[in-house]
Design a protein around this ligand. Structure first.
Ligand code: C2E
Ligand code: MG
Ligand code: MG
Length: 678
């Protein structure tokens, strides 16, 4: 409420100031005309009366009038100065103007008073005319301050009314009356003209205000527009930045999504996508396209050197592939140590080209762990050929590579349908193997391992047999890997352990049963528990059980393997390394395992020329020196037997001594004397 009335008062003060300003402007705008008119009228009057009045008094009057005009001219100058300096006090200026007007009115009045009585009738009328004219002319401006206007008119007309009225002449009385009427009329006219002036001022003010409001609104709008444009520009800039950022992210995401994080090569999904396009192009152009699936041989062994070395090798291989493959080839890391590339070659020299690539990849690699050599398996499939699309092409490369993996050697293999048949067979085996255990299709045979010239306990190696109803007898060399791949090896191995221990428990004497165990029974199962269960259930003394494990243990978590084997060894069970010499381990490396027997692979005695003998002798000597007992496998000839006996190996196993025999014949075998001790 108080705030509203304060605002109203402020508004009123502003309006009053505005009014004063308008009045002052109207007055001072008229002042030059007033001064000119005053000069002309006063000069004309003075000249006209120069014969009727004394010169000096006229000059004094005229001089006074000019002095007043001069002072008012000074006021006008001051007005303009203050306008220019913008610190006007309008009320003061109006007062000054009015003072000048009243003084000038006084000087005019003094003329009537001074010269009226001596003037003839005509001159008196001239005086009246001049005064009336001045009064009428000034009314417009002076009436803006009513009392000043009235006083000014009273000064000019009042003395004349009195003077004309007091001459006694009838004519003068009429003039006095007319002058009075003029005074009254002018007063009325002045009021009306003042009202209309104020009205005009108000209208002008309203107009000015409207214009000012319109202008300020226009300015405000212009400012708002500028502001809006600025914000819009900022928003657009931000938006553009964000769009650019998003595009960059999208590109980066696409790049990350389509590439292998380690090598920067294509990843599997982007390779497959682009391969489909290349196949379409090859189809359209009637050209050939080869897909190579490359895998580092025994990379699991390399990984034992640590992640840094493995990654170094993968990066070098990626670089070599990039360098070796022609432009337009797709190069991808498939995962792990597997890569895939496409190539188009004239004359379908796929195998030749792949062999060259293998040569490049086989070059020694400098790593943090020293110079390393790797080998690769390269499976190839070609389009057009047996495959119709990318999926089939990739399937065929993996079949071709798989066949190399089965052989366990590096090399190059072009897909052919026979390979696929092999794969199909394996899949069939896998399906059948599931039911083999329940269907009682599995059995054990035993192959004697005879001590040479000692009274050490005789041994029997339990070997698994599978009599598949449709396919007949299937070699463990075929179905054991299938069982390992499918995880079936764990229940299968458990069954072998149990059956072998039960069989051995029936044997008379201290004959040992030797059971082959897969590394997958340690990693994927609980071998210790299986051994314990087999011993407990059969009642076989632990010393009569021997576990054979191949050197592949070294390519897995060696600490875990050691700990399991140590616990088995602690039971009193013997541990043998089977097929010694075919894997990657050295004798010194073997000492990490709690193994006490090594079984030298039959490949060492297959062709016993001079060098082979020396090598065998060295191995035997070293193994003996390290405290291992030595079994030699695959003894087929007398010559081999004699040589091995002469070398002093502990046990011999092979067709010469005996082929694997059925379980029911073991008792008979053991009851006969050991031929090696004969
Ligand atoms: P292995 O453990 O080295 O077994 C010896 C293999 O060599 C047997 O083949 C045996 O019949 C054969 N052999 C023995 N003496 C001679 C010989 O003088 N000349 C030739 N040429 N061969 C001989 P088999 O029974 O076919 O077994 C092959 C492989 O299958 C075994 O090699 C073993 O690694 C695996 N295996 C067999 N049974 C089992 C089992 O119950 N569990 C596991 N995990 N693997 C088994
Ligand atoms: Mg064996
Ligand atoms: Mg063996």
């Amino acid at each position: 409420m108080a705030r509203n009335s304060l605002a109203t008062m402020q508004g009123m003060v502003e309006v009053e100031q505005q009014l004063q300003c308008e009045k002052a402007i109207a007055m001072y705008r008229q002042l030059p005309n007033v001064l000119i008119f005053t000069f002309v009228a006063s000069s004309a009057l003075a000249l006209y009366f120069q014969e009727a009045a004394s010169q000096s008094s006229l000059l004094l009057w005229w001089g006074s009038m000019q002095l007043v005009s001069l002072l008012r001219l000074g006021g006008l100058w001051w007005w303009h100065q203050s306008l220019r300096q913008q610190h006007q006090n309008y009320t003061q200026m109006i007062r000054l103007f009015m003072l000048g007007a009243l003084v000038s009115g006084g000087v005019w009045a003094s003329f009537s008073v001074a010269y009226f009585n001596d003037a003839p009738a005509a001159q008196r009328l001239v005086i009246a005319l001049v005064m009336a004219t001045i009064a009428a002319g000034s009314i417009n401006v002076l009436m803006l301050v009513p009392w000043v206007g009235r006083l000014f008119m009273a000064l000019l007309i009042g003395p004349l009314v009195v003077l004309f009225a007091t001459t006694g002449a009838m004519d003068d009385l009429v003039v006095a009356g007319l002058s009075l009427a003029l005074f009254i009329g002018l007063s009325g006219f002045a009021r009306v003209s003042r009202d209309s002036a104020l009205h005009l001022f108000a209208a002008a003010r309203d107009k000015d205000r409207s214009i000012a409001i319109a202008l300020s609104q226009r300015d405000e709008l212009a400012r708002a527009k500028d502001d809006l444009e600025l914000r819009l520009a900022e928003q657009i800039e931000t938006l553009q930045f964000e769009i650019a950022l998003k595009e960059r992210y999208a590109q980066e995401l696409a790049r990350v999504a389509s590439s292998d994080p380690l090598t920067g090569l294509l990843n599997r999904s982007s390779f497959e996508r682009e391969l489909r396009q290349q196949i379409e192009m090859a189809r359209a152009n009637n050209s050939c396209l080869g897909v190579l699936a490359i895998e580092v041989l025994r990379f699991d062994v390399i990984e034992l050197q640590g992640a840094v070395v493995s990654e170094q090798i993968l990066l070098v291989l990626a670089d070599r592939l990039k360098g070796a493959m022609p432009r337009g080839s797709l190069i991808a890391r498939w995962g792990g140590s597997e890569f895939a590339v496409t190539m188009s070659t004239q004359g379908r020299k796929w195998v030749h080209e792949a062999a060259l690539l293998r040569g490049v990849l086989q070059q020694p690699i400098e790593t943090g762990a020293g110079v390393m050599r790797i080998d690769v398996m390269i499976g190839i499939s070609a389009f057009p050929g047996e495959a119709r699309d990318a999926e089939q092409l990739l399937y065929q490369t993996s079949i071709a590579r798989h066949s190399l993996r089965q052989q366990g050697t590096g090399g190059v293999k072009l897909f052919d349908l026979a390979l696929d048949v092999g794969i199909q067979q394996r899949q069939r085996l896998r399906r059948s193997l599931h039911s083999a255990l329940e269907a009682d299709e599995l059995s054990l045979v035993f192959q004697p391992i005879e001590p040479c010239g000692t009274s050490a306990p005789r041994k029997m190696e339990a070997l698994l047999r599978w009599d598949e109803p449709e396919l007949g007898a299937i070699s463990p060399l075929l179905f054991i890997p299938v069982a390992e791949e499918s995880g079936l090896i764990v229940p299968l191995g458990r069954w072998v352990l149990m059956s072998a221990c039960k069989a051995a428990a029936q044997w008379s004497g201290d004959a040992v049963v030797s059971v082959n165990v897969s590394i997958h029974q340690i990693l994927g199962g609980d071998l210790l528990a299986d051994v314990n269960a087999a011993l407990k259930s059969s009642g076989l003394a632990p010393e009569r059980l021997e576990i054979e494990i191949t050197e592949s243990v070294f390519s897995h978590d060696i600490d875990l393997v050691c700990s399991v084997l140590e616990q088995i060894r602690a039971l009193g069970v013997s541990l043998a390394i089977d097929d010694f010499g075919t894997g990657y381990s050295s004798l010194a490396y073997l000492r990490r395992l709690p193994v006490n027997i090594i079984k030298i692979d039959r490949s060492f005695i297959a062709d016993l020329d001079h060098d082979a003998r020396k090598l065998l002798l060295a191995i035997v000597g070293m193994a003996r020196g390290l405290g291992f007992r030595i079994v030699v496998e695959g003894v087929e000839t007398e010559q081999q037997r004699n040589l091995l006996v002469a070398m002093g190996v502990d046990y011999l196993q092979g067709y010469l001594i005996s082929r694997p025999i059925s379980a029911r014949n073991v008792a008979g075998w053991l009851s006969a004397p050991n031929s090696l001790n004969a």
